[in-house]
Write a protein that binds this ligand. Structure first.
Ligand code: GTP
Ligand code: MG
Length: 404
């Protein structure tokens, strides 16, 4: 039987309002565990950084949510959460050939929390209490101030991105150390009864504790896939991958200043990346009607808004790619890890599709451009039937055949 992904209402609620967000005026009460219907469907990133470096400004730009951005530290107290559509030109290309009621892009959830200051772990500033809101995220966006801007207060009195990165890293390491220490106490207590899980848990926690005590983030440690699952469940912030967002000055949109170069160097050593974003201009851009945005981007000499480059880098960092489903009801992008097999990709739509997977019919967007219709692609012998061991490629257009 052929299946066009049959949408479960719950899953879709998120996508019907891709720009929906919660703002300062109506803070969303985040539960520690997000609803199941949301979690597997969208990538989630949490924004960290010192106070007043432009986190909320960038969050606004990303979500056009209108969260409070103001020139005083700790403007953000409650976390802001926004859900944005991941820009992907390939969806539009598919729609040129396949008539469909709607396009459903992949979604990115962005969580903006209060700034962290030196000494947060001992209660300075607003302390660490907002870190709980980013324990569940997939990756960290670390916003670093790289613009001078004399009238914008810097909590440390000067602009120095590497010092700021160290400050945040230290506080996050101390926060994780606290988590690890209390989990270790508990795990060691239950391990005494010989409980295998607790013994495994204790070992990992001890390894993490030694490392954190040396002032190093957990992400540097090697773990087996099983251990990695456990580490994930611990919600350690320094175990998550980091994408640096350099908040650049209006005259350095491509991030060529020495300050941004320093951050780039730092990211390179850590195996990460830097995306230069001018928060102020991006926020202005996001307030324009869609039709005027391209003109403003062009006048700024930018090819695309920050959201596009940020999501692309986040996908790369997390080893994610997209495949598409396309039919008369919808054209939709789905996120999968690089290396996922066809049944695993089907499982992202519905777990039953993975279990009852029969085969996938797959073509590429280039096939679609060349042959114009699926029938023509099939007639030309370009519609591939792929089995259980097929490893998905980025951009595959797919129908899953399953017995569910
Ligand atoms: N010149 C300039 N000012 C900026 C830029 N980005 C943010 N600002 C200003 O810096 C101030 C702080 O911005 P916010 O976005 O509120 O900073 P934040 O990091 O969220 O601060 P907290 O929530 O207090 O931690 C505001 O006055 C912004 O207008 C930028 O790219 N250039
Ligand atoms: Mg803020």
């Amino acid at each position: 039987m052929r299946s066009y992904p049959n949408l479960n209402l719950n899953l879709n609620r998120l996508f019907l309002f891709p720009m929906a967000s919660q703002t300062q005026d109506s803070p969303l009460q985040l539960s520690p565990v997000l609803p199941y219907s949301v979690r597997p469907m969208s990538l989630e990133v949490g924004i960290v950084g010192l106070p007043n470096v432009g986190k909320s400004t960038i969050f606004n730009a990303l979500t056009a949510a209108g969260a409070l951005a103001a020139n005083y530290p700790f403007a953000t107290i409650e976390p802001n959460v926004g859900v944005v559509a991941v820009p992907d030109e390939r969806l539009k290309t598919i729609r040129e050939f396949i008539k469909s009621e709607k396009i459903i892009p992949a979604a990115l959830r962005v969580v903006d929390i209060a700034g962290i200051v030196r000494g947060a772990s001992t209660g300075e500033g607003l302390g660490n209490k907002f870190l709980s809101h980013i324990r569940e995220v997939d990756a960290i966006l670390h916003v670093v101030r790289c613009f001078a801007g004399g009238d914008i207060l810097h909590v440390e009195g000067s602009v120095d991105p590497l010092r700021d990165i160290d400050t945040i890293d230290t506080e996050l390491i101390l926060a994780d150390l606290e988590t690890v220490s209390s989990s270790l106490d508990k795990a060691e207590r239950t391990a005494r009864s010989g409980d295998k899980d607790s013994i495994a848990r204790s070992e990992i926690l001890r390894k993490a504790k030694v490392h954190l005590n040396e002032g190093k983030p957990v992400r540097q440690l090697e773990f087996t896939p099983d251990e990695r699952k456990l580490v994930k469940s611990l919600g350690l912030i320094t175990a998550k991958k980091v994408l640096y967002v350099a908040n650049v000055a209006e005259d350095d949109l491509h991030g060529e200043s020495p300050l941004v170069q320093q951050v780039r160097e730092r990211a390179k050593q850590e195996g990460g990346a830097v995306v230069p974003v001018c928060g102020k201009l991006e926020a202005e851009l996001s307030e324009l009607p869609e039709s005027d945005r391209a003109e403003m981007l062009e006048s700024m000499g930018l090819a695309e808004p920050a959201l596009a480059s940020l999501t692309r880098e986040a996908y790369k960092l997390l080893g994610l790619q997209s495949y598409f489903t396309a039919g008369p009801k919808e054209i939709r992008a789905w996120d999968i890890p690089v290396g996922a097999t066809a049944p695993q990709a089907a499982g992202v739509i519905h777990t039953d599709f993975e279990k009852a997977f029969i085969r996938a019919e797959i073509y590429t967007i280039d096939d679609l451009k060349q042959y114009k219709t699926e029938q023509a692609i099939r007639a030309a012998g370009r519609l591939r039937a792929e089995g259980k061991s097929y490893v998905m490629h980025d951009g595959d257009v797919t129908h899953f055949l399953h017995g569910a």
